[in-house]
Design a protein around this ligand. Structure first.
Ligand SMILES: [Zn+2]
Ligand SMILES: [Zn+2]
Length: 633
């Protein structure tokens, strides 16, 4: 510890009082700890300066900075001042806010009440209220917060002070009362960057992106925090396109990009599965100085894998020096989703065998998915138990989904049903969906009926479930049941096919297609290209899977509906625009249907081009007429 920087004069001061005050004040500022402050306090006493509100307030601030408890020392110093002024009172209240004393007598609000009752009365300052409001917010005590807000109005209109208003906004945000925060904001005649940003950030955190956007666009003072909040807000609320345009605007505005904004943009691209964007953002990360940041790096691995660039993901992973559980999990999950099961499991073994990184629940999703892809039932069972027994991770419905998928894939559908029935928590749609998928492959109509009934309750609008069940009944020749499913669908008025697919063009622009939609500017060319392709496929023996359509219409109309499926439109657009030899990459929001899977598979051979489709569950790499999922999805 340094020696105190202040050496008092040996005899009575020859300095004029203001100069001595300034010297002592500077010594308080320079004090390196409570011991130094005590030394300065001794000097204050010696020169009879202990009545100075200015010096004592400064001393209190210094002591609270070093977290010296309010009782007894700082309170004693305070009590020696005969008539504390508002600044000194406020310093004492702020100390109480910082130190949070346990005794009720020293609570900030109690001290405020003493301040108001002394004679002559001591008027509060704006900083008195900012301190009190912060204390109410920290204690999450709405009643106190409201009282203080009322006081700030009744004791002289402090609610019109910029600092008080900004603190009121953050207090109401803390109480999740955004309507009150907004009322304060709307009543402000002057606002600074803090006012705009704090409310914008609060809106993004609660998922109210339209209010956040309204405020952000009007804001004359967009700081890096507000920009970043908008990018991440859009990304976290499934609005990836908006996240990306905002990120680009942020760069154009010359705002310094921080790691949080980068992660927001990276996760938006992951949602879109847009490979060209992924390459674009990788260059930005490389030039940003955050290349070795483990959070950015892990997000990059996840994004590249979700954009179908699994080798590039591995490359980034290998370059990260300080990998943590998120980095490993992103890589293992990515490898598993791409069907590279053995590589995923090898990486898991490396992680637990050669590093100190402990797996978490996401790591095990990857491991179990990998086992499922490779049909390794015993290995999968082993890891499921290892997760529970060795790592004490309680299996979530997502882990059960992996296990049902694993058992179902190899035909152990009854065992999968038993597992679901033994689940300690309520199974979600994913679990039942995996079971229904397994019933399709192995034609298990009874179990399919059980799974589907749960799904019809959990996801009543998802047409794909009705189609799957009806196909399973059809394969088993149970035509009465097929017509029952159709009736149910009709009774529920399910008409609209909510599926959407998208793909990037050569410039990286994203083109979106909806089922049966003719909205794309090149829609005629797209339809011609698709017709052309399907004609060629038919010559090679393609027979449309009409059972993928459940409506009571004739076969011609069924085929027409099938040909309007969004992933087929995206495929035709890809064929129309992609350069020679380029892989066509399509992302679909729902599970790919049987007919589309067949068309993709055959097309990959006929047009001699790789096609990668990411549906809501996995990647399908179509090449030379085969799919990486080996017909299980
Ligand atoms: Zn389809
Ligand atoms: Zn496939």
């Amino acid at each position: 510890m340094r020696a105190p920087t202040f050496t008092p004069p040996a005899t009575s001061p020859l300095l004029p009082l203001p100069a001595l005050d300034a010297l002592v004040a500077a010594a308080i500022d320079a004090a390196a700890g409570p011991r130094h402050l005590r030394a300065v306090h001794a000097v204050i006493l010696r020169f009879d300066l202990h009545h100075s509100c200015f010096l004592v307030a400064k001393l209190l601030r210094g002591l609270s900075h070093y977290r010296v408890p309010l009782h007894p020392y700082p309170l004693r110093i305070f009590s020696l001042v005969p008539r504390p002024n508002p600044f000194l009172w406020t310093a004492l209240i702020r100390s109480a806010v910082i130190l949070r004393p346990r005794l009720p007598d020293y609570q900030p609000l109690r001290l405020y009440s003493l301040m108001r009752r002394q004679w002559p009365p001591s008027p509060p300052l704006s900083f008195t209220f900012t301190a009190l409001l912060k204390s109410a917010a920290a204690d999450l005590c709405l009643a106190n917060g409201l009282q203080i807000h009322a006081q700030s109005i009744s004791t002289g209109g402090f609610d019109a002070d910029l600092f008080v208003q900004n603190t009121l906004i953050s207090m109401y945000v803390e109480f999740c009362d955004l309507a009150s925060a907004r009322r304060v904001f709307d009543g402000m005649s002057i606002r600074d960057a803090i006012s705009w940003t704090s409310l914008t950030v609060a809106y993004t955190k609660t998922g109210n992106l339209s209010s956040a956007e309204g405020l952000f666009e009007r804001s004359p003072a967009k700081d890096v925090v507000a920009w970043t909040a908008m990018v991440t807000g859009y990304a976290q609320n499934a609005m990836p396109k908006k996240a990306l345009t905002t990120f680009e605007r942020m760069r154009e505005a010359g705002v310094v990009i921080d790691e949080v904004a980068l992660v927001g943009a990276v996760s938006a691209i992951a949602q879109l599965g847009a490979a060209k964007h992924a390459v674009w953002v990788r260059d930005i990360v490389d030039g940003s100085g955050f290349r070795q940041d483990v959070v950015v790096g892990s997000a990059m691995v996840d994004m590249l894998a979700k954009c179908g660039l699994i080798d590039e993901a591995r490359q980034v992973f290998d370059e990260i020096m300080n990998r943590n559980v998120y980095t490993y999990s992103a890589m293992i999950v990515g490898l598993a989703a791409h069907g590279r099961a053995h590589e995923a499991i090898a990486l898991f073994k490396e992680m637990v065998g050669k590093t100190d990184v402990k797996p978490n629940h996401v790591t095990f999703i990857g491991v179990l998915t990998a086992c499922s892809h490779a049909g390794m039932v015993e290995v999968g069972r082993y890891y499921f138990h290892l997760m529970k027994d060795e790592y004490r991770i309680v299996p979530s419905p997502d882990h059960y989904t992996c296990m049902v998928d694993l058992l179902g894939r190899v035909g152990l559908v009854e065992e999968a049903l038993e597992l679901v029935r033994a689940m300690p928590t309520e199974p979600h749609g994913g679990v039942w969906g995996a079971l229904l998928g397994a019933c399709r492959i192995h034609v298990k109509p009874e179990i399919a009926g059980i799974a589907a009934n749960h799904l019809f309750e959990l996801e009543p609008d998802r047409i794909g479930n009705y189609v799957l069940l009806s196909n399973i009944y059809a394969s088993a020749g149970m035509w009465d049941e097929v017509s029952k499913v159709r009736k149910l669908m009709r009774a529920r008025g399910l008409k609209k096919n909510p599926s959407a697919s998208w793909t990037e063009d050569n410039d990286g622009s994203i083109h979106e297609f909806f089922a049966g939609d003719g909205l794309h500017p090149r829609t005629h060319e797209i339809k011609d290209t698709l017709e052309d392709l399907l004609g060629k496929l038919k010559l090679e023996g393609y027979d449309p899977v009409l059972s993928s359509v459940l409506y009571d219409i004739n076969d011609n109309e069924k085929e027409k509906l099938l040909n309007g499926h969004s992933e087929k439109l995206a495929l035709a657009f890809g064929l129309l625009t992609a350069g020679a030899g380029d892989t066509i990459r399509i992302v679909k929001n729902l599970r790919i249907c049987e007919d589309c899977h067949l068309v993709m598979r055959l097309a990959s051979r006929t047009v001699n081009r790789e096609i990668v489709v990411r549906d809501n569950l996995r990647f399908h790499h179509f090449k030379d007429g085969a799919c990486s999922c080996r017909e299980f999805w």
